[in-house]
Every structure is written in structure tokens, then in C-alpha cells.
Design a protein around this ligand. Sequence first.
Ligand SMILES: *Cc1c(COP(=O)(O)O)cnc(C)c1O
Length: 447
Amino acid sequence: MVEPIRRSTREERERWLKEAHYNLFMLRADQVYIDLLTDSGTGAMSDRQWSALMMGDESYAGARSFFRLKDTVERLTGFEYFIPTHQGRAAENVLFSHLVKEGDYVPGNSHFDTTKGHIESRKAHAVDCTVDEALDTQLEVPFKGNVDIAKLEKVLEEHNDRVPFIIVTVTNNTAGGQPVSLENLRQVRRVGDKWGKRVILDSARFAENAYFIKTREEGQGDRTIREIVREMFDLADGMTMSAKKDGIVNMGGFIATRHEDWYEGAKRFCIPFEGYLTYGGMNGRDMEALAVGLEENTEYDNLHTRIHQVEYLAGLLDDFGIPYQRPAGGHAIFVDATRVLTHVPREEFPAQTLAAQLYLEGGIRGCEIGYLLADRDPVTRENRFYGLDLLRLAIPRRVYTDNHMNVIAVALKNLFDRRESITRGLRIVWEAELLRHFTVQLAPAVD
Ligand SMILES: *Cc1c(COP(=O)(O)O)cnc(C)c1O
């Protein structure tokens, strides 16, 4: 779909931002010129997907559209058991209701926030075993999303009988859309086999991950995306999927697995939480569009066009010397705000300040992945300033042109050129106890 866009004046944006309490989630979409808040559910469907919608079978039970999607998933992943859900977090909710118990430990590579939420809300622990390289934004290594095998072994040595499974997120969203190598997935498999643990892939961006394996990992260049995808899933026992990312649909998700006992366990929670087993949380027409989206997005050319656009934006930032998490990931550029707004104290949230400034500059909406998102320590109630403070510019699939990338890069450059003059950031006026970044109210931190 092509949508009309509306330009605005700086005066208008200043008023709107103030009304939104300097929280970009609270802007109306009409007040945004280029929307880089997320790549989730914001992709443009293709002609084939739109026509597939017309073929939806909306039967309550046994719909043709369910079997079409199930067959597509099985062909791509080898997983025979399949449960559709309304989005990724619903897949987590259904499967984890069966698998995660109070006091458990779930090791993985930077759990996504909803994944972590579904683990912690069951009074279990999400243990981050990502490689340390991910914390240095300027380090140029190909697979910064990898699991640190020594950290994983340590969790198993200490808590073996309390570990229900290992979860690997491909690509590693939280670390900057960074991929996991096939070699690393093999190592995780070996550790899993050694300790008798199954492995789940949190698969929202599995196709982009396969693209990086093809283009960055030794010996993989001649294989097709689908061959690599199949090997990734051959190394796992099951998957949770947010179809809003690499499925290129606006809403949808699923669970798939090779194990009947997991399917039987999850089934019991699907029916009360989501819906009957052959639609879960989805319409027949949406399952049709997703089947097509999965086919299209496991083609090299489609992935190359998308990831090349993210690289194109990264190249422009390189020309201007603007620091971001290197190398560029699959779905977004993560600008290293503490290296840009060096005069803004961390207590005044540099990444959120940069997000607000970029909106004022060009009507561009990014998303803070930093100190606000990190929430406060549950015990001390202090802000957690020890991670990265990044401004994420997520690029929706098949929506913007390279000319939009030029506008984004130049707007950032204008800010970068006067970064020394930005000395004050934002202060919190009101915040929720958990997941505060969605609803926080802020004000300029002037004395
Ligand atoms: C988006 C996402 C989820 C959650 O999916 P929703 O569709 O937003 O509920 C889980 N894991 C990863 C890695 C994601 O990117």
C-alpha cells in the first residue's frame, strides 16, 4: 500500500511533542513524517498477499487456510506440529504456560522484552548469555548475536534440573538486530544434547538471520536461504514466531515443534487463551497472507533488497561519522546516543533526548532502546544505567525508498553537527513501575 504523508512545521512539532510529554509513543501517527518506531506489523504486503486474502477460509474448524499455512511452515522448518496465535507474545504465553514453572532458569541470548516478561511473570529467571562483544558498539564482528557457550554451560552446571529449555533469538533484536551463526547454533545444540535440554528458536527475524549466515559465514555463500533456514530449524526442537516481522503481515504468530508432547501441552492453553486449534488467534485470510509472506521473504532477492537498504542508511551515517552499533543489523540502525550527545548527562536520558530532537528536526520517529526501556532495579528502585543507550531507527519492510533514507541521514547529521550545543536532556515527570517507556511522561531538564 502507498499512503499519503503530510509534512509539518517545526512549530507544530514542538507543540505536538510537548502535548505527547516528550514520549514519541504518544504522538498520533498523522503527526509523523517518517515512522521508524518499529518494523513490527508495519511492512507493506505484496500483490500476491493481498490476493491471497480473498482466498481465506473462515471455517471455525479445519479451515483450508490453516492447512495451507501449516504445510508452508512444515516445508520451511520441518516442524510437524503447528499452532497459530494472534502474535508472537501469544505464542510465548501459550507455550510457556506449559513449560515454565516458578523458580526455573531460562538461558538465552538477550531475551526479547515480552519473552522476558512471560518468563519473569511466572517467577522464573531469564538469564542473558549473549557474547560480551555485543556491548561494544564500535567492534566490527559478524555474529554479535551469538550465545556465549561458556555462560550457557555455567547456567546448566548451576541449575540443570531447573532449566526447562534453552531459547535462542534469531536475529538478536535487543543486541541490535545482530545475527547468530550456524556454528553457534550447532554449539548450542551440542550443549543441549549433553544436558538433555531442548532448544527453542525465537524466530521473528529468522529469514534475515539466514541472509547474514549466507553472506557472512564461511562456506555458506552458495546455499539458498531456504537450505540455511532448514538447517537452522533442524538444530532446534521448536519455535515461537512473531509473524509481524519476517512473515510480513500486520498481525499474527505461531508455535511450531517436532515434539508431540510440547504440542499436546500447548494445546490445552491455546483453546482458552487464543481460540480453537485450527485458527488460534488468526483469521483464515490472515493465515493465507502469512503463508505467502513466508514464501516471499525466504527468497534471497527480497531479503537482499531490504537489508541492503538498512546498509545504505548505515553507509550514509559512516560518511557523516555518526556512531551506531556495528556492523549494521538486519532491521534497524541503533545510533549510540551516549557517543553523540556527550554533553547530556545519563540521568537526563541521552537516547530519548536524541529521539525527541530527531522528531523536532525532521518529523522522524525513532524509538529509545536504552535507559528508559531498562526500567528501574526492582529492589533498589534506582535507574539502570549500565547497559547501552541507543536510538533505534527500525526500517519497515517494503515501505520507504532510499530517498527517505537520505532524509533520515541528513536530519541526523544536522543534529550531529550541533551536538555540542545540546547540553540538557529530559527528566521524568510520571512513570509506570514496569515497561515504563511506553507511557512515561517527560519534560525538558532545565533548571
Ligand atoms: C516482536 C518480537 C516478539 C513478540 O512478538 P509480538 O508479535 O510483538 O507479540 C518476540 N520476540 C522477538 C524477537 C520479537 O522481535
